[in-house]
Design a protein around this ligand. Structure first.
Ligand code: LMR
Length: 309
């Protein structure tokens, strides 16, 4: 495993020590470095964790720009030295747009190989539905998170199931689903930061592992998982050219296909459109980093990362 970060080498050494001391059965070697052209050499999987958090007085446009520059650089380096079939999972926020920037700067790598992590949101949604229904969380399936890893994300309780039964037939409190549940998932990251002063770490790490496992093992019959992927030619009517969280299935070969048999209602479509509008605005804001011209920042006023409350 290679650990690369903008952080000082001292911090990376600490991460390396933790990795070594964990005796992971598949870990053979830990290398650290600050040059992505060294660290990404022949990489088959790249987990891009680090990003600059929004500081006091920083506009969201500034955040997109600063992080975008980091992810443009990483995209260029991956393009130059990684395996041409490298799978890239972007965790650092704003992860959807960072993934888009990374992808656009890596034209030799298939666009399909870039993911933005929304598995953490999927896990959060499964947990809340299981708690409400009084079941263990492995009984919740078909849990889609649509859209952006932000407070416009849409935890889809229309398609989700509990013990194979539509959630709305198990949890009959539609008001709870539309309001409390939805907001709880959208804002979970921020509430967690308020409670203990830093971003989620353990649950994020677990969700990264879950995201990889979902791509390297066949998806159970009838189920699917959520991941932020490029929207070219999707069957759901979502604008092309975004990294948007959608329901996916995998044969276990590292690749995925979009899930079929997904249903929509007016509530779901309206919410998805809001997240789509936010991502289109983010995309316009980083046009200078994706090779699509001059950036125009007209971000919706209420646009926030889960952690920005
Ligand atoms: C989360 O959802 O926990 C994080 O994305 C929050 C953050 O901004 O670090």
């Amino acid at each position: 495993m290679y650990v690369y970060a903008h952080n000082p080498l001292l911090m990376q050494a600490g991460v390396a020590m933790e990795l070594e001391d964990s005796l992971y059965p598949l870990l053979r070697e830990v290398s650290i470095g600050i040059d992505p052209y060294d660290v990404f050499q022949d990489a088959e999987w790249a987990l891009l964790i680090g990003a600059k958090p929004r500081g006091p007085g920083m506009e969201r446009a500034d955040l997109l720009d600063i992080n975008g520059q980091i992810f443009a650089e990483q995209g260029k380096a991956l393009n130059a030295v990684a395996s041409q079939n490298v799978k890239v999972i972007v965790v650092g926020n704003p992860c959807n747009t960072n993934a888009l920037i990374c992808m656009k700067n890596a034209p030799n790598i298939p666009a399909k190989n870039f993911h933005a992590l929304t598995r953490l949101d999927e896990n959060r949604a499964k947990c809340q539905l299981a708690l409400k229904a009084g079941v263990f969380y492995d009984q919740v399936s078909n849990m889609t998170i649509w859209g952006n890893h932000s407070t416009t994300q849409v935890p889809d309780f229309l398609n989700a199931k509990i013990n194979g039964i539509p959630v709305k037939e198990v949890i009959k409190d539609t008001k709870w689903l539309e309001e409390e549940f939805t907001e709880m998932v959208q804002k979970r990251g921020g509430v967690l930061i308020q409670k203990w002063g830093r971003s989620s770490a353990a649950s994020t790490a677990v969700s990264v592992v879950d995201a990889i496992r979902s791509l390297v093992t066949p998806t159970p019959e009838g189920d699917w998982f959520s991941t932020g992927v490029y929207t070219t030619g999707n069957p759901y009517g979502i604008a092309d050219g975004l990294v948007f969280s959608m329901p996916c299935r995998s044969k276990g070969d590292g690749d995925y296909e979009l899930a079929k048999d997904v249903i929509f209602d007016d509530y779901l479509l309206k919410r998805i459109k809001k997240s789509e509008a936010e991502l289109l605005a983010e995309k316009r804001c980083v046009a200078h980093l994706t090779g699509e011209g001059i950036a125009v920042c007209d971000l919706p006023g209420d646009t926030m990362l889960p952690g920005e409350m």
